[in-house]
Unconditional design. Structure first.
Length: 274
């Protein structure tokens, strides 16, 4: 983990132990609500050891950046990401975001010309959050974690299908959510629920964009991902069979393969289903 000075505070950024190489392309991986950089363990490490400066921050209030106040809106979070790019001295980057991280990537790309591409996982133009989940996040974190994992993973995953023998992905996600700082998950979900600039931001983005949805996503359904891809001027849609909302955890190798293909090509393609 690197510690980056930002506005008089330190933020934790995972670089997988690799020195920064100015000759390599840069990728910033943004986690979702209540999570941290560890959700990108497979994809980040692979990219870092195969030609990229792969960086995954713990967003303010999360993980090893838990002592920082979380952003209260997607717009505020996007401003923070641009400030992080300033602190890192990065002039061009591809953003990869999941769920809330996808909204942050979308908003950042609409306003920051350094974004040369973006990959949005488990994403939609709008991400309304059910009132029951908002209430649970405020007052009953174990219930909120159970709701998120019940709906976030594909049914087969919830029933025990795992890429690693003996693993239990829903349990790991619950532990991660329960370990978050009090109030952070509620703040994250409220920011997602309140965000209304998705369509405006998407239409303003000229960079190539990938939208990757789990075919079994019940939180941001694949049809919503396809709509987002159609709205992005250079958007391309892919659907991953057998995956739910937590697709980079459920199907880590498949997601890595799609990201590698996108990063290798990064050329204009028409929006539409794969």
């Amino acid at each position: 983990m690197r510690r980056i000075a930002l506005s008089g505070r330190e933020v934790a950024v995972c670089d997988w132990g690799r020195p920064f190489d100015p000759a390599r392309p840069n990728v910033l991986l943004l986690h979702g609500a209540g999570m941290d950089h560890t959700v990108w363990a497979v994809q980040g490490r692979a990219l870092a050891f195969h030609g990229f400066n792969a960086l995954a921050p713990d967003l303010p209030g999360h993980g090893a950046s838990a002592d920082l106040p979380p952003a209260t809106s997607i717009e505020e979070g996007a401003g923070w990401i641009s400030a992080l790019l300033d602190a890192l001295g990065i002039s061009e980057i591809v953003l990869v975001g999941h769920s809330m991280g996808a909204l942050l990537a979308l908003e950042t790309a609409a306003r920051d010309p350094r974004v040369a591409g973006l990959a949005l996982l488990g994403a939609a133009l709008r991400m309304p959050v059910h009132p029951d989940l908002l209430e649970a996040a405020r007052n009953d974190l174990p219930r909120a974690a159970a709701l998120i994992t019940d709906w976030g993973f594909a049914p087969a995953t919830a029933l025990g299908a795992q890429p690693v023998p003996g693993g239990w992905m829903p349990g790991a996600a619950i532990a991660l959510l329960l370990g978050s700082r009090p109030g952070v998950l509620a703040t994250d979900l409220a920011a997602c629920d309140a965000y209304r600039r998705g369509e405006e931001a998407a239409r303003a983005i000229g960079a190539p964009a990938l939208v990757l949805s789990g075919a079994g996503d019940r939180m941001t359904p694949a049809r919503a991902g396809a709509e987002l891809a159609r709205t992005l001027p250079r958007g391309h849609f892919r659907s991953l069979p057998g995956a739910g909302h937590m697709l980079m955890i459920e199907r880590p190798r498949e997601v890595l393969a799609v990201l590698r293909e996108f990063l290798a090509r990064k050329e204009e393609r028409p929006a539409g289903a794969a």
